[in-house]
Ligand binder design. Sequence first.
Ligand code: 2NL
Length: 344
Amino acid sequence: MQERLQTLKEEALTQIEAASSMKELQDIRVAYLGKKGPITEILRGMGKLSAEERPKMGQLANDIRAAISEKLDEKTQVMEKAAVEEKLKKETIDITLPGRPVKKGNHHPLTRVIEEIEDLFLGMGFSIAEGPEVETDYYNFEALNLPKDHPARDMQDSFYVTEETLLRTHTSPMQARTMEKLNGEGPVKIIVPGKVYRRDTDDATHSHQFMQIEGLMVGEDVRMSDLKGVLQSFAKKMFGEEREIRLRPSFFPFTEPSVEMDISCFNCGGSGCSVCKGTGWIEILGGGMVHPNVLRMSGFDPEKVTGFAFGMGPERIAMLKYGIDDIRHFYTNDSRFIKQFNHI
Ligand code: 2NL
């Protein structure tokens, strides 16, 4: 009986060792330790043994039973641990995966052109000033030598908020405000970029809202030749070093004398083509010497200081530079249009 028990123990332990699933372990447990198993059977047959042998055999059977049970528990634990590890391994996040590409945005082409122009003037010592889009009649017109009966003040030409306030029609009111704050103490050297509004019907070259960049320099001995030098430098940097400029006489109520500036055509170099309509020249901005009335109204003495001013439309500059045929492209935000400028 003793031998039988030993054999059973060895058999059981070998099987447990070899088991590879929980189900197998469960089966081994039932087979060896179950009610119908050999050990139970042996224990039941104890009665046949002598009184001397009975406790010894009982002890041995119980020990073997305990050893098998312990080995089963041990193996169960090992397998459970392995199962958890396997699960954890499967469920770990693989941080080595490449991330999903993030689509990179870009500034609007008009914003880029404006910033490019700003940079050129900052490089020439100008500061940037910005002001309100809802303006008073005084700063938008009166302070700029546009008296009450001037045709540019026609209600038809502007968006009025009240009798005395309107959406600014140019950024010049901010120049007037800047001069006024300085109490006649120059010099002034600023550019003013921003949104402006006119009562216009939108088409390929007109928009009721557009951008403007104006420049103003006031101080002792500021001359027309200074205006010419600044604008020539700007034109070359913006449209190419080979560009030439020419100034033609013009009229603006706030400058005297007034000029319009053309650049030699960047498409044909001046021989005449469709871009310059056969003339060899392209008009890009207007300017002139600040009218004495404007200086006086803003607190400067026109006997002591002089100034030049100029104004340009960045949409027009961008349209020329990048061959854009319709101003509305800037404002309808068709992404196919916007994306074409991602490389500049
Ligand atoms: C154009 C022409 C111009 C000005 C703007 C100005 C401002 C002050 C005093 C005098 Cl405060 N002038 N601005 C002068 C001449 C022309 O703009 O064609 N703009 C798109």
